[in-house]
Design a protein around this ligand. Structure first.
Ligand code: LAN
Length: 733
């Protein structure tokens, strides 16, 4: 009856690997939504079972969880289907934070950071965590070749296989364990050994003393010494790339290297085809497995790397020290801006090693970063793993609240408590502290982050969706008293922030990027050194982010008077960009979700706010025709993750619930005239609902940087609910 967690085939059970008692894990959340799991082996089980929330029982598939159904009879219509789904989803809300806390699984290159940081600093990982991390990695190994890829459902790659192999060994699995034997064989025979790792893999292995820095292409920290007006200044890069390469610049200049232990010596023997001492690492900067390569080096990068490699050989000590000092100072600002959480897990792990090296193991900064590591770990029945971020609390909660309002569920007295708790969470999560000076950050006061307030990075669409959720609740009957709680003044700061985030000038005027307005030209992609990701060097205009901002601004405009002309101008510039962004075949390409269905859903709704629809707007017409053309015979949509990589709609083997809900929402927003298609889509969704009200987890819903899939476990709740709720309102009455 319950959704099995994604890919889990529980293969670890076959090997008789140790397992913890899942009933002993307790889940914790702070009022600001920080989340972490703890193993409790002292409290009596009955006590623990009593305390476990519905979310814990549900997500760990613990026995004894009987979600309350409204009615044991099958649902009669789309409204009842949506309500039943909401009823279950509402029960999963976290009682302590008021947010929907969730795992955020998918990428398989995050654990290496955590495990390396722990190993480097001599921090012992708690045994239950080790046990469950091993189980998870084993459970997600490729069923045929035993390797790992960039994300859970990827083909095996050199990067994924080598780093996850190393992680397994560092966590304590023996080299002779059949899982290791199989993975090693794949690593050596299929990929030619860890020597063919892409840049990030080589970097992690060098830090672990399993590779030599001379064989890693430069990540020159010197760039930070340039003045900001130079177009390649890293302060202009996309914020993730900026902070990862910042810390990397330090680690490279310091030639950071873990002390060699007997285990590392064994590993040196295991991951290469040749004996370690015979490898000339300096010759392997550019050895990269063909399977891994998504974004090959350009001529310019090759040239630059060659030059910098030569320079590196003669780089005087004083320059190295200067670079390290500059980077360390910026890292201090990053940890101060994020209360030692850091932007995301990769820069968190690297920054913690920087702190360890610069300040020492007993320093307060190092210890404080280490204390936040558990917030990146999640647990599900297949084991424990590193999330893509410290969660998606604000994002999920903003949508859940909005769509409960849209469907009319927020008005039902039995859900007042849920909505109020979620509203309070969003209220607490608005960022109200400015960033440190000189940290290459813009204003952030008034914005909302994707995950939690202490993470401290506002995102354009997260700000808009959270703001919209707040205004929606305040204007729903029964919640009038909440108008005082988030004051107009606070909403105005959100609007100021959003207006300041719009791109201007030569960078796609009218559009919105993710965290900041675009700061440099996409020409910088020519020096993208990461090989496995596309579009990571600078911010880009994103159709979905722009759509969400249009939704937020126009909703605000309905209820408030503030900078009306500026808001109107911003909306119309954004709409102009959205229209320009349509492909000639009618498609809107999505960068953060899979893919056309995702982007169309946001785009059609944004255009709908301006009363643009199938009858009066050729953009909507073409977009609806494009989507309708991919409807399957059973009424569903079967969009495959490959759409994201190929930038063309790719049909998968069978229809899926989340893409269908998104396509249905798009067609309804666009007022697509062929209503039989709309009815068929709704029928498909209803036919897939389980008797407890949920839809099973299917394929991964999200993506980043073109190649990496990531899960949004709650899309199957709230987008489907919204689709059926609106369908009932618009087409069944
Ligand atoms: C996310 C997740 C959410 C996503 C949306 C809000 C959906 C989007 O509209 C804007 C961008 C944003 C905030 C986003 C940016 C990149 C993230 C943080 C991620 C995809 C989750 C993981 C990813 C992060 C960069 C992973 C680290 C890896 C690198 C290649 C740098």
């Amino acid at each position: 009856q319950f959704a099995k967690n994604g890919h889990s085939k529980y293969r670890s059970d076959r090997y008789g690997l140790p397992k913890t008692d899942l009933r002993r894990w307790t889940f914790h959340a702070s009022d600001l939504g920080a989340q972490w799991w703890k193993y409790d082996d002292t409290t009596p089980l009955e006590e623990l079972e009593k305390r476990a929330t519905d979310y814990v029982k549900y997500s760990l598939e613990l026995p004894g969880y009987a979600p309350v159904t409204l009615d044991s009879k099958p649902v009669k219509n789309a409204y009842e289907a949506a309500l039943k789904n909401w009823h279950l989803f509402a029960s999963l809300q976290d009682p302590d934070s008021g947010a929907w806390q969730s795992e955020y699984d998918g990428p398989q290159f995050m654990s290496i950071g955590y495990v390396t940081a722990c190993y480097f600093g001599g921090n012992e990982i708690p045994t239950p965590v080790k046990t469950e991390m091993i189980r998870y990695i084993v459970n997600t190994a490729h069923p045929v070749d035993g390797g790992w890829g960039l994300h859970k459902e990827d083909k095996s790659t050199c990067f994924g296989t080598s780093i996850n192999y190393v992680v397994l060994r560092l966590l304590g699995l023996s080299r002779d364990h059949p899982v290791c034997v199989k993975a090693r064989k794949t690593l050596l025979t299929k990929f030619g050994g860890a020597i063919n790792n892409p840049h990030w893999g080589k970097t992690w292995l060098s830090i672990l003393n399993l590779y030599k820095w001379e064989g890693v292409n430069p990540a020159p920290g010197e760039l930070w010494l340039l003045p900001y007006f130079v177009p390649v200044h890293p302060g202009r890069w996309w914020v993730h790339t900026r902070w990862i390469y910042l810390a990397m610049g330090y680690l490279e200049a310091a030639e950071a290297q873990c002390e060699l232990t007997p285990l590392l010596e064994e590993l040196r023997d295991e991951i290469y085809k040749k004996p370690y001492s015979e490898i000339d690492f300096s010759k392997h900067c550019n050895s990269i497995s063909g399977v891994d390569l998504y974004y090959p080096h350009t001529g310019l990068l090759k040239f630059g790397n060659a030059l910098l490699r030569r320079y590196r050989k003669f780089r005087p000590q004083w320059i190295k020290e200067k670079v390290k000092e500059e980077i360390y100072n910026l890292c201090l600002r990053e940890v101060s801006n994020t209360r030692h959480l850091c932007l995301a897990p990769v820069n968190n792990a690297m920054t913690s090693i920087v702190m360890y090296l610069h300040e020492g193991p007993d320093s307060a900064n190092y210890k404080k970063i280490a204390a936040r590591w558990p917030e990146f770990l999640s647990l599900n029945p297949s084991g424990m793993f590193m999330n893509g971020t410290n969660g998606l609390q604000v994002w999920d909660t903003a949508f859940a609240v909005q769509y409960a309002c849209v469907c009319g569920f927020a008005e039902l007295p039995q859900y007042q408590k849920t909505i109020r708790a979620a509203f309070d969470f969003l209220d607490r999560s608005q960022i109200n502290e400015p960033t440190e000076e000189n940290s290459y950050r813009d204003d952030r006061v008034g914005g909302w982050p994707f995950s939690t307030k202490t993470q401290g990075y506002p995102v354009s669409d997260c700000t808009a969706e959270a703001l919209k959720a707040i205004i929606m609740v305040q204007n729903t009957p029964g919640y009038e008293d909440l108008k005082k709680q988030v004051s107009d003044k606070r909403k105005h700061t959100a609007i100021d922030l959003l207006l300041g985030m719009q791109n201007v000038g030569s960078f796609e005027p009218g559009s919105f990027a993710s965290y900041e307005p675009i700061r440099a030209s996409s020409m910088l992609e020519k020096i993208n050194p990461a090989e496995v990701f596309g579009n990571i060097m600078v911010e880009y205009p994103y159709v979905e982010c722009t759509d969400s901002v249009v939704l937020g601004l126009s909703y605000f405009r309905k209820y408030h008077d503030y900078r009306n002309e500026d808001v109107d101008r911003a909306i119309s510039a954004a709409i102009g960009y959205i229209i320009r962004e349509q492909q000639p075949d009618g498609g809107f390409f999505g960068s953060w979700g899979v893919c056309y269905c995702y982007a169309h859903m946001f785009a059609m709704e944004a255009l709908e706010t301006q009363n643009l629809n199938y009858n009066n707007c050729s953009t909507v017409q073409k977009a609806c025709d494009f989507l309708a053309g991919y409807q399957e015979a059973d009424g569903g949509w079967a969009e495959d993750f490959k759409s994201c990589e190929t930038q063309m709609y790719v049909r998968g083997p069978h229809s899926l619930v989340v893409p269908t809900a998104m396509a249905l929402l798009s067609l309804m927003s666009g007022r697509y005239p062929q209503e039989d298609k709309i009815h068929a889509a709704a029928r498909f969704l209803m036919s897939k609902q389980m008797s407890n009200g949920e839809w099973l987890k299917e394929e991964m819903e999200g993506v980043f940087n073109h190649t990496c899939a990531i899960e949004y476990p709650n899309y199957r709740f709230y987008f489907v609910m919204k689709a059926l709720g609106l369908y009932f309102k618009g087409y069944c009455q």
